[in-house]
Ligand binder design. Structure first.
Ligand SMILES: Cc1ncc(COP(=O)(O)O)c(C=O)c1O
Length: 364
């Protein structure tokens, strides 16, 4: 892949792949985009109460100015939340921005970057290859690992090579200490406001690293990676963090119900569940009969990732090539599964049309 005058990318390079946009899907289904709820991004289905117009009003009043004035305030708040010093914090436009930043800071043409525990988040490989490095195990200049791992939900042991990037995008759901205690031992922790804080559209993430590494990363970071509106939203979210207990309970309820149906979801420390492709029960006709139209029975030979959305409201998405490309909607191919998932009470699902459904959520 070569543009005019651009440096060539490796022959095997695959760019990051998104699922269709909400507008696209709504248009296909003939419904208003606001009626569509997506489950393929592993993000909460609704914003936090703190994400309201008043939160960004002051930032809007000064939107003609660059956002730097808010950075020390946000950095201090993140440092306090994470239990580190402000000098350990690097801001970014989401964890993705920091994955790319760390890759270009440590790797270049001819280098090897290691990606642990595949299947895992696909951007590590993209980021490594964009620098001209290749992905492998041999004497890596940088190692990426994801804890809890997307898509498996596992908290695998930390790889030993250093420098080591530990992507803790789902850390808040894990109940674990995470790797922040290792930042002075060659570890760079990445976190985001996109998951637990329901701010994926605002694009705010941060890295936690030793003072020296954080300074080097900040030197290489764009001058203003986070907008003032996004900084205001992140500050408000930190001031009133969400209660994740209902999502964690729902994850565990779903896992138990899946097990009672004969599936074997892996233990998950994230906001999703993963049923491996080699689960022998996924192919059994009894399960097929019970869930004849579900994505699990249709894709019994493929792994499935379930995004846990809110109590009694979750959906399965066939997992392939690093992302749940068919995971939007409740979609019309999964009505039985949806009914089962929603069985204990309220979410009202109605008017399926095309590949997505109109839905009304009545949360508990
Ligand atoms: C493991 C992991 N890291 C990073 C990201 C991207 O996070 P952000 O929205 O902060 O760029 C995701 C998004 O799904 C993810 O699953």
């Amino acid at each position: 892949m070569t543009g005019p005058g651009m440096k060539a990318l490796g022959a095997t390079f695959q760019p990051y792949r998104w699922a269709p946009t909400t507008l696209d899907l709504a248009r296909r289904a003939g419904i208003d985009p606001v009626e569509l709820v997506r489950f393929d991004g592993n993000v909460p289905p609704l914003p936090l109460p703190s994400s309201r117009p008043a939160t960004v009003a002051a930032a809007l009043a000064t939107v003609n100015e660059y956002p730097r004035a808010l950075y020390p305030v946000l950095t201090d708040a993140i440092a306090e939340y994470a239990g580190v010093a402000p000098e350990n914090v690097v801001l970014g436009a989401g964890a993705d921005d920091l994955i790319l930043l760390v890759a270009r800071a440590f790797a270049g043409p001819g280098d090897v970057v290691s990606v642990a525990d595949e299947p895992t988040y696909s951007l590590y490989r993209v980021a490594a290859e964009l620098t001209g490095a290749s992905v492998g195990e041999d004497d890596p200049v940088l190692t990426f690992c994801c804890r809890p791992n997307n898509p498996t939900g596992a908290l695998d042991p930390l790889p030993s090579p250093r420098p080591l990037v530990v992507d803790e995008a789902y850390w808040e759901y894990s109940g674990a200490d995470g790797a922040v205690g290792l930042i002075d031992d060659g570890v760079i922790v990445l976190r985001t406001f996109s998951k637990a804080f329901a701010l994926a559209g605002a694009r705010v993430g941060y890295a936690l690293a030793s003072v020296e590494t954080a300074a080097e990363l900040n030197t290489r970071q764009a001058p203003a990676p986070v907008s003032s509106l996004s900084a205001a939203l992140a500050l408000a979210a930190l001031a009133s963090p969400p209660d994740l207990a209902p999502t964690i309970e729902e994850r565990d309820r779903l896992a138990a119900e899946l097990r009672s149906l004969g599936y074997a979801p892996l233990p998950s420390y994230g906001s999703f569940l993963f049923v491996p492709a080699d689960d022998p029960l996924a192919k059994r006709s009894k399960v097929r009969r019970r869930l004849p139209n579900s994505s699990l029975s249709r894709h019994g030979s493929r792994p499935s990732r379930f995004s846990v959305a809110m109590p009694n409201f979750s959906i399965a998405a066939p997992y392939s090539r690093g992302s749940a490309v068919n995971g939007y909607g409740p979609n019309s191919r999964t009505p039985k599964l949806m009914k089962w998932l929603a069985s204990s009470s309220q979410p009202a699902l109605r008017q399926r049309s095309g590949s997505v459904a109109r839905i009304t959520i009545s949360a508990r």
